[in-house]
Design a binder for this molecule. Structure first.
Ligand SMILES: *Cc1c(COP(=O)(O)O)cnc(C)c1O
Length: 392
């Protein structure tokens, strides 16, 4: 036998995402744990979901719903989603062809991008933006074209004239997110009209991230793109049960899109995840028979938002308008001139409250002296954080 020794080589892949490292959310969460800080950084509730939801998932397992579901999702869940969209937004999606259950909204967003963006296609991303959009565009070989939101007295808004100016013959997709993470801003009818004007007569598709659809406050209404037939006809609308039912760790979401878009979406979905956790889907389908849990959500979170904002009045933080989501952005220039990351780290290690720098949501890390707090927390958690922040 040939015993010739060959040196062991570890092949290194040529990275497709060379700029991607540990996310700010992971870094701030471990810093928070290290310093015993109240974690208002990463966006997840620190309270339990409804016990009935867990009972329904358990019942689904005991009833034998433990094998592969249908590729696009368990039929009862797709029917429940279509019925809900029809009741809330008046759009009739066909559960058989237009609704696909995904492993969280993140997989839905990435799959939507992968199924329609070709190498060299341009994708318009409005910044600050949720952190999964840009890597997904990179994996597809797309070219991100960023447009920065404008911060005025009413809060953050989309400068639609700049979005219109960013459109070229190569624009394939525009990504919108309302209610918006991290700013808490919400698209209004005038925004929808402006978006419709931009895409009318073009081949541009829209990816609408609506995971906070049930978190619009002060009597405002969620402008789902499902409400607007002209836009729904070219949109992937994405939502997440994690946000709606306080179960971010379950990672179940869905994408609603017209048949021609769903067909392409499912081609990628089928060979990426194929299908999503069966008992969770049946449990969620049963739970959706009752609309109260999501219809009560605006009042539930608005009270927490107000508790948090009222508490910050004792400090020198300046609260920006917060019309939706469970995030509150604050300016801190009356407290410190430090950069956002340095300020967030100081806040975590010295004041023992973790926040996220808004610069982390910009490709170029634009600094605006603003950090984001998450108020999806028990009142006791918020009060503990406020007692610490009030000293500033
Ligand atoms: C949380 C979040 C998501 C991801 O939802 P998952 O269901 O947890 O994958 C997507 N978009 C935005 C804006 C989010 O805040």
């Amino acid at each position: 036998m040939n015993q010739r020794h060959t040196p062991t080589l570890t092949p290194t892949p040529h990275s497709k995402l060379p700029a991607v490292g540990t996310t700010i959310f992971t870094r701030m969460s471990s810093l928070a744990a290290e310093h015993g800080a109240v974690n208002l950084g990463q966006g997840f509730p620190d309270f339990a979901c409804e016990p009935a939801l867990i009972d329904r998932v358990e019942a689904a397992m005991r009833a034998g719903h433990n094998q592969y579901p249908m590729m696009p999702g368990a039929a009862p869940l797709r029917l429940a989603i279509a019925a809900k969209i029809s009741a809330l937004y008046g759009h009739a999606y066909d559960a058989a062809t237009d609704i696909t259950v995904t492993a969280g909204a993140t997989q839905g967003l990435t799959t939507a991008i992968l199924c329609c963006v070709h190498p060299g296609d341009e994708v318009i991303v409005i910044e600050p933006a949720y952190d999964s959009y840009l890597p997904a565009i990179a994996l597809a070989g797309g070219v991100p074209v960023t447009v920065a939101m404008r911060l005025g007295p009413q809060g953050y808004g989309v400068p639609w004239e700049l979005v219109a100016a960013a459109v070229t013959a190569r624009t394939r997709l525009i990504i919108v997110n309302s209610p918006h993470n991290p700013t808490g801003s919400v698209l209004r009818p005038a925004d929808i009209a402006a978006l419709a004007d931009i895409v009318r007569g073009t081949h541009i598709l829209i990816l609408s991230d609506e995971v906070y659809e049930h978190m619009v406050y002060d009597g405002g209404r969620h402008e789902s793109l499902c409400r607007h037939p002209e836009l729904a006809a070219r949109s992937f609308v994405v939502s997440s049960f994690g946000k709606t039912y306080h179960v971010t760790g379950w990672k179940v979401g869905y994408v609603a899109a017209p048949p021609s878009l769903s067909l392409e979406f499912r081609k990628v979905h089928q060979y990426n995840v194929f299908s999503v956790n069966t008992p969770m889907q049946h449990g969620l389908a049963a739970h959706m028979a009752d609309a109260a849990p999501y219809l009560d959500l605006p009042a539930f979170y608005q009270r927490k938002r107000d508790l948090f904002r009222d508490g910050l009045r004792a400090s020198r933080f300046e609260c920006l308008p917060a019309d939706g989501t469970y995030f509150q952005c604050v300016r801190y220039d009356a407290i410190s001139q430090a950069g956002e990351a340095a300020f967030a780290e100081w806040l975590t290690s010295e004041i023992k409250v973790a926040a996220i720098p808004v610069a982390a949501f910009y490709r170029q890390g634009q600094e605006s002296g603003i950090v984001r707090f998450c108020y999806a927390k028990q009142d006791a958690t918020l009060q503990l954080a406020l007692a610490r922040l009030a000293r500033l």
